[in-house]
Design a protein around this ligand. Sequence first.
Ligand SMILES: [Zn+2]
Length: 191
Amino acid sequence: MLIAYEMAPEAPARFEFYDGAPASVFCPRCGDVVDHDYAPRNLGVEALDFDMVSTRDGHSIASQKFRDFSARIGIPNLGLIRVNAAPPLYDLRPGAIVTYDVDCKPPFFENKCSLCGGYESIVGPRYACITGVDFPIREGLYRSDLAFASGREKHPFLVVGLDTAELMKQERLRGVLLTEIHKDVAEGGRV
Ligand SMILES: [Zn+2]
């Protein structure tokens, strides 16, 4: 059954989220991000042709139109941290979380850092392996508790409820890629 959509920025941006970040944001041994609350004050982006982009280091950045839309339909617990002066742009940080079930499809964990305890790479998620919520997810925007990819590019994947995804499509937000997530009872979870 269709349980939700995975949401991802369609367009890669040319800028980086951590460009110019202080050294304290990173692990001195492996260079990975340890201060996950860090946000730049001004990325210095002068124009953006999309309502959602991915920075080169994996952060999802939303436009003012995206922010206005989410406020209008009332997406609960959606963090949007302002990271650019003009135009206003926002780092997308959903407070609502889906749990990634590592027994459903174990990701590859590579190179654990002895100092910060993080992994250099966590790759290979299967989006249907989310749990901790009732299915199908009708409303809202969630992030996975685990972050995937390598190094500073690691980021959670984003999950959107079915009704919320329909509203997004109607809004014609530019650069938002929605991919269906199907789940069988055999895959576990409260379907
Ligand atoms: Zn480290």
